[in-house]
Write a protein that binds this ligand. Structure first.
Ligand code: PMT
Length: 409
């Protein structure tokens, strides 16, 4: 079952297969990549066809296999340039000593090699050969040359080889290769290194008495996804969190608070040293005017609780932002855009993320959201997607607001 959370989901992978006995493992590898949700296009060298049939690979990848520069039947051209542009990653598994040598030397005598030379995406190779071929200085030199050019080498394992000898040269197992490629595609460029950002997330809790409180449905998922994405891109992140059951995202410093007043204190203090803040928390606008120190006993009559306004954290940061970045959220139920645009101006946000409870799958608690990003230049309506993907789009916009050039992203 494909997992939307896998870094392989929806990614385009060019799987290159060369003429090695380990080619049979490419069938399982292809299956694993497909199961994780990747779109796999297989390119084989002519010799690879002797080890595994194109029919097997076409059936597993659900795409025709490419071997020659053009189809001899109808002359259709297999463009190595378009293949290179299509791919998010090129994986050559198994990679023979011959193909590694040609890659290192820039030889372009088959479709797989011309595609490699045209590819702009990350490239990984899983060498497979006899132990002496692998250990030979020529092969090691070629691997060093490729690694120096950024090609990822998935180390072969030690074990029994097709020759009957035992040693290093056996292609890594398909599970290990699929995991390696997943991790490689999940890596983020550290575009936000050196930036200090605050994220508020989750619901605040306003005590009525020691037993009861006023709160809302925020789970913290949206804010935690943003904090995790910022940290993955190298930012130093302070997450000011209301009560949630979520684990702290990797690399994030978390400050736990309960009430709007506590969140205000923590956010204002952290903002002094920050380059910006993302205000994703659902903060109470009102809090009980008095908190009873003892449990309020029930009586026959009705009961009224006097409420007073809390301080608006986002508005306060907006008033003292002095060129720093401020991103707001608007959770609306009607007249969505008008309300969001009013908040954008009133709180001095650089942009605001509008989500409406009228949209199925949007807002509180779930793993998805449907948002519109609004700034003074216009609006961008995004389709329903996972909160993780929404976080990616929000952080992309944060990068553009911080003037991080697209080429570095
Ligand atoms: O946590 P999840 O379950 O994943 O749900 C995500 C979410 C629905 C909570 C999130 O997507 C969201 O919309 N967060 C903002 C909710 C909200 O309180 O919106 P608002 O329109 O009331 O507030 C506008 C902005 O001012 C927000 O950026 C809010 O954080 C901020 N604010 C509001 C009041 C206050 N006292 N201080 C604030 O900083």
């Amino acid at each position: 079952m494909a997992s939307a959370n896998s870094p392989l989901a929806g990614r385009h992978i060019l799987l290159g297969i060369t003429g090695s006995i380990a080619a049979y493992k490419a069938a399982m590898l292809c299956r694993l990549l497909k199961t994780a949700g990747a779109d796999v296009q297989v390119v084989m060298t002519p010799l690879a066809k002797q080890f595994i049939t194109p029919l097997t690979m076409a059936t597993l990848s659900r795409r025709p296999i490419l071997v020659e520069f053009f189809d001899p039947e109808n002359g259709a051209w297999n463009s190595h340039v378009s293949l290179g542009e299509w791919a998010d990653c090129m994986l050559i598994a198994p990679a023979t000593a011959n193909t590694l040598a040609k890659m290192a030397a820039g030889v372009a005598d088959n479709l797989l090699l011309t595609t490699y030379l045209s590819a702009r995406c990350p490239v990984a190779v899983a060498p497979a050969m006899d132990l002496d071929m692998y250990a030979h200085e020529a092969t090691q030199q070629n691997l060093r040359t490729l690694a120096a050019r950024g090609v990822r080498i998935i180390e072969p394992a030690e074990g029994e080889l097709a020759s009957g000898l035992t040693g290093k040269g056996r292609m890594a197992e398909p599970e290990a290769i699929a995991a390696y490629v997943g991790a490689m595609l999940g890596e983020k460029k550290k575009t936000l290194e050196g930036k200090r950002l605050i994220v508020t997330a989750g619901a605040t809790i306003e005590a009525i008495d020691p037993v009861r409180f006023i709160s809302n449905h925020s789970s913290g998922k949206m804010g935690y996804a943003i904090a995790g994405e910022l940290a993955a891109r190298g930012a130093s992140v302070t997450l000011i969190s209301g009560r949630t059951a979520l684990p702290t995202p990797q690399g994030v410093r978390r400050i736990d608070v309960l009430s709007a007043a506590e969140m205000y204190e923590a956010a204002v203090a952290a903002f002094d040293r920050a380059d910006g803040a993302v205000m994703c928390a659902a903060v109470a606008d009102y809090t009980p005017a008095e908190v009873s120190q003892t449990k309020i006993r029930k009586s026959d009559g009705e009961m009224t609780i006097a409420l007073r306004r809390t301080r608006d954290i986002a508005a306060e940061l907006g008033a003292r932002k002095e060129g720093r970045l401020l991103v707001g959220f608007a959770l609306e139920t009607h007249d969505e855009e008008a309300h969001a645009e009013a908040k954008l101006e009133r709180k001095h946000f650089d942009f605001i993320v509008l989500n409406s409870l009228r949209d199925a799958g949007a807002g509180f608690r779930g793993d998805t959201n449907k948002v519109t990003l609004i700034d003074r230049a216009g609006r961008e309506e995004l389709p329903l997607m996972s909160k993780r993907e929404v976080a990616v789009r929000i952080v992309d916009k944060i990068e553009s607001k911080l003037n991080i050039p697209a080429a570095e992203r």
